[in-house]
Design a binder for this molecule. Structure first.
Ligand code: AMP
Ligand code: ZN
Length: 458
């Protein structure tokens, strides 16, 4: 299985080759834990899980590192505004440390419900202040920083290739933004270290060679990914909004600190969009996974919905599309359950499926193949064995689904006895009438070797 992935850095679909044969270092930018994750954020983690499962299906052992941003992410990408963590703490009346813990746990719970595999390693920004300070010192020693009244900044004009990932028109940006620069020298310069405001005590602050304060948001990811995966690892991912600022800045820091581009492949998940404005946690109004659960949806129905679109297309969220996903997943679950015991995997079909998924994670085509198999004349046991292998990548947990045990009321039991009697008396018309009556109560009759049993149709 030759995997091809779209690399944002080169804007090309590239054959995937890992640094070390059989092993992949994968870093995914994690959540800022000042609030719950919204279902848009979760689409990005679903994409990363699909990538990991695809690499695993391709025989790689994946070292999957995800960070937790628990400090220093300001409400604006331009290094102004409040610290999101301190703001979240003020909103909820808890400490910044408490909300970090609370929302980290809530996030992990969401991932589990979506059947997203646990990363090999979680790393918290606040546990890696020393590493971040060491990298900022290196950048300073190389002559790429300057100090303003509120922090230590990276001077992007000193780096020729700055912004290449986003193909940023740096000069155009400079021309248009002179007024708002403040003490920054260039529009694209960004904070490496922010000073705690004088006479104001922050909940999260640390001593540093430049004074008390906290790290900028971008330095945590380059410092922690390089620490755990090496300064030039395989794949770095995140949502597409990270291309122009966060990932451009991670690359700039790594260019100076380690002389590398940090990762060999840069991959980005496109957005989930709602009818309203772009889904945004900082706007306060957003859909959580729990919102879907409260409305009676199963989290894996949302996972299925995300699989229906390619990760490199934005996906418009509507309740109707979630309903369709729920229906489709329901059918797939029932079919898989009814196929009984797995027999032999159909290798050509599985290979076709892997080919689709290896082609830059083409889930719509892979799902079409699954449905083709469902409707095919392949033996049930072979369908079952094959779909369970495919589901290693899709992650719909089909192996563990079973119809819910529904209470069968005494009335329905009585109807079934009457139907059994009618059949014994060869009164087929009455037996059929009773079958329809039972169906109207929500149960199908399955006639098997041990007699008739009832199965819920819901
Ligand atoms: P945050 O917690 O804001 O740092 O975001 C966590 C992840 O979600 C990042 O990889 C973002 O790029 C991604 N993200 C943010 N909004 C959306 C969205 N509407 N759809 C998909 N991914 C998103
Ligand atoms: Zn990051």
């Amino acid at each position: 299985m030759q995997i091809k992935l779209y690399d944002t850095y080169t804007r090309q679909l590239r054959e995937f080759r890992s640094n070390v044969p059989g092993k992949v270092g994968l870093y995914a930018c994690g959540p800022t834990v000042y609030d719950y994750a919204h279902i848009g954020n979760l689409r990005t983690y679903l994409f990363e899980d699909l990538l990991r499962r695809t690499l695993e299906a391709g025989g790689y052992e994946v070292n999957h590192v995800v960070n937790i941003t628990d400090v220093g992410h300001l409400t604006s990408d331009a290094d102004t505004g409040e610290d999101k963590m301190e703001k979240g703490a003020a909103r909820t009346g808890r400490t910044a440390w408490e909300i970090a813990e609370l929302y980290t746990l809530a996030f992990k719970d969401d991932l589990e419900k979506l059947n997203i595999q646990t990363p090999t390693l979680w790393c918290r920004a606040t546990d890696h202040i020393e590493e971040q300070i060491a990298d900022i010192r290196k950048i300073e020693q190389e002559g790429f920083t300057y100090i303003t009244s509120d922090g230590v900044y990276f001077d992007t004009s000193k780096l020729d290739q700055y912004g290449y990932l986003a193909r940023l028109d740096v000069e155009g940006l400079e021309g248009g933004s002179r007024v708002e620069l403040g003490e920054k020298r260039n529009a694209t310069d960004f904070a490496l270290w922010k000073f705690s405001p004088e006479n104001e005590s922050r909940q999260m602050e640390w001593p540093s060679p430049w004074g008390k304060g906290f790290p900028g948001w971008h330095i945590e990811c380059s410092a922690m990914s390089a620490k755990y995966l090496g300064p030039q690892f395989d794949i770095h991912c995140g949502g597409k909004d990270h291309i122009p600022v966060h990932h451009s800045n991670e690359i700039a820091q790594s260019n100076v600190c380690y002389g590398t581009n940090l990762a060999n492949y840069w991959m980005h998940g496109y957005f989930l969009e709602t009818d309203k404005e772009k889904m945004s946690k900082s706007s306060g109004e957003f859909l959580r996974l729990q919102t879907l659960i409260d409305k009676g949806y199963d989290p894996l129905e949302y996972r299925y919905l995300c699989l229906t679109a390619n990760y490199r297309s934005d996906l418009k969220f509507t309740w109707e599309s979630l309903d369709s996903a729920a229906t489709a997943l329901g059918r797939l679950r029932k079919a898989t359950h009814q196929w009984g015991q797995p027999d032999s995997v159909n290798e050509p079909l599985l290979a076709q499926f892997h080919n689709e998924i290896a082609n830059d994670l083409n889930t719509p085509k892979a799902l079409a193949l699954v449905w083709g198999m469902v409707k095919s004349s392949l033996a049930d046991g072979d369908k079952k064995a094959t779909i369970l292998q495919m589901d290693q990548v899709l992650g719909l947990d089909l192996a563990n689904w079973a119809p819910k045990e529904t209470e069968i009321s005494a009335d329905v039991e009585a109807l079934l006895s009457a139907r059994n009697l009618a059949r014994a008396e060869k009164n087929w018309a009455e037996a059929d009438r009773l079958r329809d009556e039972i169906l109207a109560c929500g149960f199908e009759i399955k006639d098997g070797p041990d007699g008739a049993v009832l199965q819920s149709v819901n």
